[in-house]
Design a protein around this ligand. Structure first.
Ligand code: SF4
Length: 446
């Protein structure tokens, strides 16, 4: 008999990646095997993201493509999961007759039950945040992953005026410290060398009913034997405390890399975005982080074309990016999202202006990245292997400061998730090219 298989397509952030691993774990418990081909799958899941505009449109078009597999075999199940599922709910079933079920972000742990309900003839919609339970760590499939991701905090209580996440991921809930430490130990025992702590505002973690904050948690996780690399994402600038900053000076295994979204270099726009900090406090925070860990590589998110953004506001963003010299950034044109406040603000920025600003930012950033990467040429780096590059025989990985490195695998490729020593030979704006050496540790000098 042909083994039953599943296919999961994941869009969006690390939270979605981990949710996909959780869903894969539940399907594997039912005896299904993963496949890379949707055409071979008995269960097809689309784990969607709704952070940008046109997300729903893209989801419906992808679901339309999956429908052909149902025509070939009518027992194939198609499920819509993730943020668009949470947002669309029953509407998705109405719009796509071949869609079998909808599974929201807080109901990932119910996949097995939802599939059983579908097999019994129902077309289930499991969305909403009322019945949020803890999930079983054993049901997560981490096969083929290079890092162990651990959720610290789910949802978000902030009210950034451009962001749909509080609506699609619900209110903030922190997991108990004991549970987090248990999961990290489990991942280390399993063989993961890098641990990544996740949350929409990960540094807002608090022990439920207790006093410990994110600085205490970082300290406790960094002290676990076998945690060679520790990262966390995504941090909220206003929630950083001096004790959290100190952890970068105390723990060598806390990677010298931080993603710290600033969104704009103009205080007026930050106010309209509802971010609750100023450019000055952000700059002070960056200075204290760089003092604690001079080699820290810093990345950020930037939005251009936010309603009301003038040329002066945009120039302030460019100046901040030029001064702070981010190791990389994710810059986007503002995208109005349903149910958020920003689309009601006056003075929208036209698309041509927003596109031009975006291009100006990229043009500013490229030589900065090239120059920062050039500094690593001639050094040796420990590279955690993440997979294969596009060229045959080329493997890829990440330095401790999160830069992408490509190197020839040689006769004996490195297993994904292992660390190898690489001499950096050449820098490009978005990656480094190197040659494999033996494995020793060396801090990543920026
Ligand atoms: S902090 Fe702001 S941008 Fe981040 S998820 Fe929450 S609302 Fe969205």
């Amino acid at each position: 008999m042909r083994p039953r298989r599943f296919f999961v397509e994941t869009w969006g952030c690390q939270m979605n990646e981990l949710d996909s691993q959780r869903m894969a774990g539940q399907l594997m418990e039912q005896g299904l095997l993963p496949t890379r081909e949707a055409s071979e799958a008995d269960v097809i899941l689309l784990n969607s993201c709704s952070v940008r505009d046109k997300a729903e449109h893209k989801v419906y078009s992808r679901l339309g493509q999956y429908r052909q597999f149902k025509r070939e075999r009518d027992d194939v199940l198609i499920g819509l999961c993730g943020c668009v599922a949470e947002q669309e709910g029953r509407r998705a079933l109405d719009r796509v007759p071949d869609l079998d079920f909808v599974l929201g972000t807080a109901r990932v742990g119910e996949l097995t039950e939802v599939i059983a309900r579908r097999r019994a003839g129902e077309r289930p919609v499991a969305t909403g945040f009322t019945d949020r339970g803890h999930y079983a760590i054993d049901a997560i499939s981490r096969h083929g992953e290079y890092k162990g991701m651990v959720t610290l905090i789910e949802g978000c209580d902030k009210k950034c005026t451009f962001c749909i996440v509080p609506r699609t991921r619900g209110p903030e809930i922190s997991r108990p410290l004991r549970e987090v430490l248990h999961e990290v130990r489990h991942l280390v025992d399993y063989g993961f060398r890098e641990i990544e702590l996740l949350g929409q505002t990960v540094n807002h973690w608090r022990e439920p009913g207790g006093k410990e904050d994110f600085a205490d948690l970082l300290d406790a996780v960094a002290r676990i034997d076998g945690v060679e690399r520790l990262r966390f994402v995504t941090s909220y600038p206003r929630d950083f405390t001096p004790r959290m900053v100190d952890q970068f000076a105390v723990h060598d295994n806390l990677c010298p890399y931080l993603h710290l979204p600033v969104q704009s270099g103009s205080n007026r726009i930050l106010r309209l975005m509802g971010r609750g900090y100023t450019v000055e406090t952000y700059r002070e925070l960056v200075a204290s982080l760089r003092e604690a860990r001079p080699e820290l590589a810093l990345s950020t998110d930037l939005i251009v074309g936010f309603p009301g953004e003038t040329e002066e506001d945009f120039q302030a963003t460019k100046k901040m990016a030029a001064d702070l010299r981010f190791s990389s950034f994710y810059a986007f044109k503002y995208s109005p999202r349903p149910g958020t406040a920003a689309p009601h603000l006056p003075d929208p920025v036209d698309d041509v202006t927003a596109s031009r600003r975006l291009q100006e930012l990229f043009a500013l950033q490229e030589p900065i990245q090239q120059e920062l990467n050039e500094r690593l040429v001639g050094t040796e780096q420990d590279v955690l292997v993440t997979g294969w590059g596009k060229e045959p025989g080329v493997q890829s990985g990440r330095t401790v400061c999160h830069r992408v490195v490509h190197f020839a695998s040689g006769e004996h490729p490195v297993t994904t998730g292992e660390i190898t020593r690489v001499a950096i030979d050449r820098a490009l704006p978005h990656s480094l090219l190197g040659s494999r050496l033996d494995a020793h540790r060396q801090a990543c000098a920026q």
